[in-house]
Design a binder for this molecule. Structure first.
Ligand SMILES: *Cc1c(COP(=O)(O)O)cnc(C)c1O
Ligand code: SF4
Length: 339
């Protein structure tokens, strides 16, 4: 694999991802200071931070415009007191009723043929709109023995052909754990595909390192990496390089976005996002309407507006660069396709 190795030298010269993960910005005062914003202008209550702390990696901060409260990247990570508002329609901490599909820790078996594993209990970032903000990760972080039970469950169900590493964020786990789990799964004959759902290559592009590329290159599975990027400003040169390197070892690279009011709810940014990702060999997959968890109503975009945005994208983009607009509904056998 000559081309990724050349670029890898540049990445190796950069900071190690573990150091970046150990040095996240968690203090709102520090965040605002770095961004030349006055903390007095927007007090953040302790209750908000306690419910879902601030957490953001420094490489992401460098892509936020200084002095701009309206920056579309800042809005995704800045805690706001309005998160405490109770919206009558949306105060269910588990709107998707996932608990029902959680037969043992670490596993969600909701859709035919696919099983989702919560491989890591945490993420490199706390996205304020996150639908898993109330998920009990601690109760869902299996140790080795519990993983063996998960593997047995998969072995006994021949209808499962695809394993999805999710989280949290699976790439917040170390390479050794990921490789161990993959090797166990490779011994199950009816499994064919390994899918990774991750925002880490966007948040900490340094995570795409040599062991990670070797792992994805060496598995017998067909591999799919689904990154999570919402806005073109999230993509700088380091992200482009990391995604391009991943694309040299992964069979299919996809992106999913969440449609967020005041952040990416315009077809110009969404179209540009598709074009930029495609230049790193990433195709759009889903554009999600927000799941109605408590504390995120201010990000909600109406379904009719979502439809309009997809139509506008269809007018300017080739079909393969238009994502599918979807919503997740409790009890359904798949995501619900809107357009
Ligand atoms: C979204 C999701 C999947 C994957 O669904 P696809 O439509 O195949 O992308 C699998 N399991 C769970 C629990 C999910 O929420
Ligand atoms: S990366 Fe995904 S799971 Fe993690 S906080 Fe953001 S939206 Fe939630």
């Amino acid at each position: 694999m000559p081309s990724p190795n050349i670029k890898l030298r540049d990445v190796a010269a950069a900071e190690k991802w573990q150091q970046i993960l150990a040095d996240l910005v968690t203090d709102p005062k520090e965040l605002l200071q770095i961004l030349d914003l006055d903390p007095g202008q927007l007090p953040i209550s302790e209750r908000v931070l306690k419910a879902f702390p601030l957490k953001v990696p420094r490489p992401f901060l460098s892509r936020i415009e200084k002095g701009n409260w309206q920056d579309p990247l800042l809005k995704q990570i800045l805690p706001l007191n309005r998160e405490l508002l109770q919206d009558t329609d949306s105060c269910d901490p588990d709107p998707l009723q996932e608990a029902e599909f959680n037969p043992m820790p670490g596993l969600l078996h909701k859709y035919q043929g696919r099983i989702l594993l919560t491989v890591a209990p945490h993420c490199a970032v706390h996205c304020r709109y996150c639908f898993r903000r109330h998920f009990d990760y601690r109760g869902n972080t299996p140790d080795r023995r519990a993983w063996e039970n998960v593997i047995d469950y998969i072995r006994q169900d021949e209808t499962i052909s695809e394993v999805i590493f999710s989280g949290g964020d699976p790439l917040a786990a170390g390479d050794r754990q990921l490789i161990w789990l993959t090797r166990q799964l490779e011994a199950i004959p009816h499994l064919q595909r390994l899918r990774i759902h991750t925002r880490t290559p966007i948040m900490i592009p340094q995570r795409v390192n040599a062991p990670l590329l070797d792992w994805l290159d060496s598995t017998r599975f067909k591999t799919i990496v689904v990154v999570h990027c919402n806005h073109p400003a999230e993509i700088d040169q380091s992200v482009t390089d990391s995604l391009s390197m991943l694309a040299t070892v992964v069979d299919t690279m996809l992106n999913q976005s969440v449609l967020l009011k005041g952040i990416n709810d315009n077809s110009k940014d969404l179209s540009r996002l598709s074009e930029m990702l495609f230049s790193s060999n990433v195709l759009p997959y889903y554009l999600h309407l927000l799941d109605p968890v408590q504390g995120v109503a201010h990000f909600d975009v109406e379904l009719s507006r979502g439809r309009q945005l997809i139509r506008e994208m269809q007018e300017v983009l080739p079909g393969y660069l238009v994502p599918k607009l979807v919503r997740e509904e409790a009890g359904k056998a798949s995501k619900t396709l809107i357009l």
